[in-house]
Design a protein around this ligand. Structure first.
Ligand code: ZN
Length: 376
């Protein structure tokens, strides 16, 4: 429970959030850089206490005091609300992230990233992003709102509804053959106009996902759940969630860290293999129904491994059969999500079946809407 005296009047300044190289430790020299000159991604450190939310507002403005790089008068919003935390059955709750402006949790990151660009002294007229679909649609929407042109690079296998969504926002879409890494490589080419602000690289995108942790704990009257189950691919959801939870603990708002369980598919499980010390060999082609989970070599992997070990995060690998049966159970219960979201529910069910939850409560994060993928 919230204790007296926590509601600090301290207003964090830009320097209270450190952005530094995750390998060589050098500070970021310019806000326009998405990675260190050594090639490694940036990490973030928060050096300020959590500010209690502005209860008059909704996300992101609700928690904007905790994002010193965003000006209150420059927030780029599409009317985000707190997403519902619904009781599914005894001690199992669903966090309905698919009820977001572009129908996925990515809107938390996009709102923070595009608001940070809009807050800068010279907002870029154009940016580039690479995505398997959901982040591309989300960035395209927030760019449209901010009046920033964008070019979204997607795998040639992008699902029809996601491609339609990206184009509908007025973004230029570039379909790239080959692996997910090839798509990112193409987007980073400086021969294209605009700045590169890929969601898997830019530190402010994953930092925006801190609001998910704040919201879950606020909806539980400033208590932490026992377990949180999430799907993991590029790692932005995992890292944003852990950062937000740790911020609340460091600020004495919640008293203990939930057990976070990362669910990955058999084909895309580099984090699981690292956490269990096994060798991971990605398949030559991906054909999982969980088409949002495609990062076989995520740039944030080393940061994920470190943070997961520090926070004693667990992982599970989910079979295609389990994804389909969990997706069917969700749909038949009224929760129409994309198969990638069902991966997290499958992990929760496995824990339940093994008797590992007993009297514990669980939050399953349902990340994207069912309409984003043609029939399963
Ligand atoms: Zn470096």
């Amino acid at each position: 429970m919230k204790r007296e005296g926590q509601n600090t009047s301290y207003v964090p300044a830009l320097g209270d959030i450190e952005v530094f190289c995750s390998v060589c430790g050098n500070p970021r020299e310019s806000e326009s850089l998405f990675r260190c000159s050594c090639g490694a991604p940036f990490d973030l450190r928060l050096n300020f206490p959590f500010s209690m939310p502005n209860s008059e507002s909704t996300t992101l403005s609700r928690y904007v005091a905790n994002f010193p790089y965003i000006r209150k008068d420059r927030i780029v919003s599409l009317g985000e609300q707190m997403t519902p935390l619904v009781n599914f059955k005894d001690r199992v709750m669903f966090k309905l992230e698919y009820i977001s402006p572009t129908f996925s949790f990515k809107d938390r990151g996009s709102s923070a990233l595009i608001s940070s660009l809009a807050s800068s002294s010279s907002p870029p007229p154009e940016l580039r992003e690479d995505s398997s679909g959901n982040a591309g649609a989300s960035i395209a929407a927030y760019c449209a709102r901010a009046g920033i042109r964008c070019r979204i690079f997607v795998p040639i296998t992008v699902s029809g509804p996601k491609a339609q969504q990206i184009s509908s926002y007025g973004a230029e879409m570039v379909k790239v053959p080959g692996t997910r890494a090839k798509v990112a490589e193409e987007a980073m080419k400086e021969s294209y106009n605009g700045i590169y602000a890929g969601h898997a690289w830019h530190p402010y995108f994953r930092d925006g996902i801190r609001t998910l942790a704040y919201e879950i704990c606020e909806q539980l009257d400033w208590n932490s759940p026992d377990f949180v189950f999430i799907p993991v691919s590029a790692g932005t959801l995992l890292l944003g969630l852990l950062s937000g939870l740790q911020h609340l603990i460091a600020s004495d708002v919640i008293q203990r860290m939930p057990k976070v369980v990362c669910a990955q598919t058999e084909a895309v499980s580099p984090l699981h293999h690292r956490l269990t010390g096994e060798k991971y060999t990605p398949p030559p082609t991906l054909n999982s129904v969980a088409d949002a989970l495609v990062s076989v070599n995520p740039p944030l992997l080393e940061i994920m491994v470190k943070e997961s070990n520090d926070a004693r995060v667990s992982s599970e690998v989910i079979s295609e059969e389990e994804i389909v049966s969990s997706w069917t159970e969700l749909s038949h219960s009224g929760f129409f999500v994309e198969p990638s979201s069902a991966v997290a529910f499958a992990a929760q069910k496995r824990y339940q079946d093994k008797g590992m939850l007993d009297d514990k409560n669980s939050v399953v994060v349902l990340t994207g809407a069912g309409l984003k993928r043609p029939g399963i």
